[in-house]
Design a protein around this ligand. Structure first.
Ligand code: ZN
Length: 367
């Protein structure tokens, strides 16, 4: 699904995922019809959630940048966000610091808000903190506090966001990453990922059952997010492991069709349809670039016949025949390249695609 750019902070692009927007539209529509009086407060809550998720991700990203990782962009989802980095931290210490930073910032905000409310006597529902409140009184007070005290709502959102991310020890949540980094000290990155992925699967399954039994839809969604997300992280590790001892020369495609930079986007697209390919290499002077269906679809249909590949193709790095397949996979995943040119002694020898790498992994998996 698409995400929409909403700005840039410290050189890091921030995007809002379409599920976030969709959720806001659905809830706004629902409340506008059935409960108009709570509409404003609910939208305020959403804004506070959005702000908290953004600050959480930004903290991860700033720590990652400090440790030397390049963060390309942050995508904000309703239940958290993802910071896309060019390389992912494999050293336990790096992963620990980056993962724990986000939730710690949320907790820091919680304490800051409590302190500020106390010191500056800001409007705050202190009656909630009394002892001896019955469950019913507490629940009623809480409901009205969330709606009427934005500062309290902001504190609550941060408390939930920080806790849920840090204290569930499952991938792809921060808690799972912290656990992996601690296990990583003893077992290394790959083995630790496998252990945490297994823990995540069982935990996700338990949460899913609990979510359904208690009718808690959000819990069920989080459980599915954990089951699928941890599986995916495990796949990536397994794939890197099976490609670790492979050189590009064992798996690259020798016959690479290269398009001329003089072709138009339309002509390139015709070629794609004819060859049933979604990407091609393109001659860009002495260098090689790539053109993909994604790139072409970014241009309006009427201008595609006027734009030349020389102006639209993306310049990409070369891969040598002796390069390690696992390193090349990291490079391709980081920048979302579907293929890269392979060079032998300064001369183009062919190409390596994500499919080439996946086929090798599939073959290794069943052998
Ligand atoms: Zn996080």
């Amino acid at each position: 699904m698409k995400s929409f750019s909403i700005g840039k902070i410290a050189g890091i692009g921030i995007e809002l995922h379409s599920t976030f927007i969709l959720l806001i539209i659905i809830i706004t529509g629902f409340l506008a019809i059935f409960s108009r009086e709570t509409l404003f407060q609910t939208l305020t809550l959403f804004f506070l959630l959005f702000l908290s998720v953004a600050l959480h991700e930004l903290t991860h990203s700033l720590v990652a940048s400090k440790l030397g990782f390049k963060v390309r962009k942050i995508i904000l989802l309703p239940i958290g966000g993802v910071a896309l980095m060019d390389d992912f931290p494999k050293k336990p210490k790096d992963e620990f610091l980056i993962s724990i930073a986000g939730p710690l910032f949320n907790f820091f905000l919680v304490l800051g808000i409590l302190l500020a409310a106390q010191v500056f006597a800001l409007p705050f529902p202190w009656e909630l903190f009394q002892e001896n409140l019955s469950m019913e009184t507490f629940a009623a007070l809480f409901d009205s506090a969330i709606m009427n005290y934005p500062l309290f709502a902001f504190m609550w959102v941060n408390l939930i966001l920080g806790s849920f991310n840090l204290f569930i020890p499952a991938l792809p949540l921060d808690g799972g990453r912290v656990l992996r980094s601690i296990l990583g000290l003893f077992f290394g990155f790959n083995k630790s990922t496998k252990i945490v992925a297994t823990v995540s699967f069982y935990l996700g399954t338990v949460l899913l059952v609990l979510g359904f039994l208690s009718g808690n839809l959000i819990l069920a969604v989080i459980a599915i997010f954990i089951i699928l997300g941890s599986r995916q992280e495990n796949e990536v590790v397994l794939m890197h492991e099976s490609l670790g001892n492979i050189q590009i020369k064992e798996i690259y495609s020798k016959s690479a069709l290269i398009l001329s930079s003089e072709l138009s986007l339309n002509e390139a697209f015709d070629e794609m349809q004819k060859m049933n390919e979604t990407a091609f290499l393109v001659h860009l002077g002495p260098s090689i670039g790539i053109i993909t269906t994604d790139k072409i679809s970014g241009f309006k249909k009427i201008v595609r016949s006027k734009i030349k590949l020389g102006d639209a193709a993306e310049l990409v790095p070369n891969v040598s025949l002796n390069a390690n397949a696992s390193d090349v996979l990291s490079k391709m995943n980081a920048k979302n390249y579907s293929l890269l040119p392979v060079f032998d002694n300064g001369k183009l020898a062919g190409l390596i695609s994500i499919e080439n790498l996946q086929k090798k992994y599939t073959l290794a998996k069943i052998s």
